[in-house]
Design a binder for this molecule. Structure first.
Ligand SMILES: [Zn+2]
Length: 121
């Protein structure tokens, strides 16, 4: 399971986005996702959000778009996809490459910390 390593505190400072970010209780969702990943033996990884919504998941070219642009239309390869699905594919690709590099030992250490964090909340 791959997710973006969102800077939630930084995003909440943006008043235009703050309400919707707080509404989804993003940090809590992330903690539960990581907890259940650990519990059921599934690797979860948070990847840097850089360009995950801007890059084309089909050809890796950068396709700049504003937040209001909801459809990814790649002028380089012609790939058309919902903005969020395109980003999700990029996030999964990044996550899979990260998991491959860190291995299970590193994951075990990380997840122990996360579970401790979840249980202490
Ligand atoms: Zn493309």
């Amino acid at each position: 399971i791959a997710q973006v390593d969102l800077n939630v505190k930084g995003m909440v400072k943006n008043s235009r986005l703050a309400k919707s970010i707080n509404d989804v209780a993003w940090s809590t969702f992330r903690q539960w996702l990581e907890y259940f990943g650990f519990k059921y033996g599934k690797a979860t990884v948070a990847v840097a959000p850089n360009n995950t919504s801007q890059n084309c998941s089909n050809c890796d070219q950068k396709v700049p778009k504003s937040l209001s642009t909801r459809t990814h239309v790649c002028p380089h390869c012609g790939y058309v996809e919902d903005r969020d699905i395109n980003a999700a594919i990029n996030i999964l690709k990044k996550g899979l490459s990260t998991v491959g590099h860190t291995g299970t030992q590193a994951w075990g250490e990380i997840s122990s910390d996360l579970v401790g964090h979840v249980l202490s909340d």
